[in-house]
Design a protein around this ligand. Sequence first.
Ligand SMILES: [Zn+2]
Length: 122
Amino acid sequence: MRTRHPKGAILTLEDDTEIELPYQWEICGHCRGEGKSSAYLGAFTAEQMREDPDFSDDYRRGFYDRDCDRCGGTGKLAVPDREAMAAEVRDAYDAQCKALRELREDERSERYGDWMDHIYHD
Ligand SMILES: [Zn+2]
């Protein structure tokens, strides 16, 4: 299964108008631009690797790599470009960032997933 995030962020205004935010491409920090990652397996110690050389070989070959769940395998992220926004869009964007941040702080939950961190600045 392959999940894709929308290319750019969509800002929904109070009257339900949707605005596609201007964005810039940045290299995905999660997979370092590779688009694939075996990070979901967790980290392995050198000792674990020595005990299971077959696994170790496969691991190094990237056999277990999956599409990065942060960037959907593209290796890059569309990051909203504040500078390129019209003033009223930037205000609405900032307000949405603030609202989301407060929501996250209130709930102290990971529900929104950290992939959204690149869209909503602190
Ligand atoms: Zn990535």
